[in-house]
Design a protein around this ligand. Structure first.
Ligand SMILES: Nc1ncnc2c1ncn2[C@@H]1O[C@H](COP(=O)(O)OP(=O)(O)O)[C@@H](O)[C@H]1O
Ligand SMILES: [Mg+2]
Length: 308
């Protein structure tokens, strides 16, 4: 459902479908766990205070240094490696850990930013205003948050390009400035909202934006083990054995013809559906030879920004 046509659709956590999506992620447990612990520490002063009391017997002054940080993560990396997926479901893990309701406000800049001059700037400004008013009363007197928000700014490279780039238009700078004003405003007013900025191009993300990030998490294409684990799950119940899965993981590695391995989305959204359809069209069981054949016909996605 859209709020004033501003956000794509909001979502409330915890909910079972988000938990299922979280559970279906492969190879990201450590990353997600660390991000969730950090997010709760940044958003909920009581979490850090009780830790400090437990281990130091008092709330040490340095706790405030953490609470003064901007609750913003930057997710960077190639296309199809889980940035959007993690950003969309991390609220579920935060809600579970912090025992409070979390709302997701997703804003995609790619779909919206191509309109009239100033549209992206207006969009960002209104989004931050909306969030600030929705969460203005979300903290109790003692600072404890009664609900938390996640503002997801996806496809942020459409906007947050380096202000140092000479060819940059005036409008782009205005957009970056609106973003900086927005995240600074949330921090100063102690609005309990985590901003997550996703970008395929960390190198062109404005330095002032990068400096504010409490964490910059770079996502990568899956390793051999991660590809095997994902394929094993996705191909469960077929005639493909565990040792076949090892071979398929090897077949989806980088090789001479394509010097890059398959992404998570290559495996999940292209390869596996194509394998299943291929068997279905023939009316036969899904087996290793079909999977191998489909792989040979389905090359991995080129790394973002590489020549076509
Ligand atoms: N670690 C993972 N485990 C399982 N599936 C994943 C993982 N990362 C991404 N995917 C799947 O790949 C697809 C693309 O992921 P997405 O988050 O949209 O990529 P991007 O990094 O381009 O934002 C989604 O269907 C998502 O569910
Ligand atoms: Mg994405």
């Amino acid at each position: 459902m859209s709020i004033d046509g501003l956000f794509a659709r909001t979502e409330e956590f915890p909910n079972p479908s988000a938990q299922a999506r979280l559970n279906s992620l492969v190879g990201l447990d450590e990353i997600v766990d660390r991000l969730v612990v950090d997010a709760v520490a940044l958003l909920d002063p009581s979490a850090m205070a009780s830790w400090s009391m437990a281990v130091h017997g008092e709330v040490i002054p340095a706790v405030s240094a953490v609470l003064d940080r901007t609750p913003m993560f930057v997710f960077a990396g190639d296309v199809g490696v889980g940035k959007t997926e993690v950003a969309e479901v991390i609220g579920q893990a935060i809600a579970t850990r912090a025992h409070v309701d979390v709302s997701l406000y997703p804003l995609s800049l790619s779909a919206r930013g191509r309109g009239a001059v100033g549209e992206m700037t207006t969009l960002l400004t209104r989004a931050f205003e909306r969030i600030s008013s929705d969460f203005a009363r979300a903290r109790k007197q003692d600072g404890t948050a009664t609900s938390l928000g996640v503002l997801l700014i996806d496809e942020a490279d459409a906007l947050a390009q380096s202000r140092e780039l000479a060819q940059m238009h005036h409008e782009d700078r205005a957009g970056v400035n609106a973003l900086l004003r927005g995240i600074d405003g949330l921090r100063v007013d102690r609005i309990p909202v985590l901003t997550i900025l996703c970008t395929n191009r960390l190198d062109v993300l404005d330095p002032a934006v990068q400096r504010r990030a409490a964490a910059i998490q770079v996502f990568s294409r899956p390793s051999h083990e991660q590809r095997a684990a994902l394929l094993l799950r996705l191909l469960a119940g077929t005639e493909i054995s565990i040792s076949d899965v090892e071979s398929l993981a090897a077949a989806t590695a980088e090789k001479a013809v394509w010097p890059y391995s398959y992404t998570y989305s290559d495996l999940r959204q292209r390869l596996v559906p194509e394998i299943i359809l291929s068997a279905y069209r023939r009316g036969v069981a899904v087996d290793f030879s079909i999977a191998e054949e489909v792989i040979s016909q389905t090359p991995p996605t080129r790394p973002f920004g590489s020549a076509a």
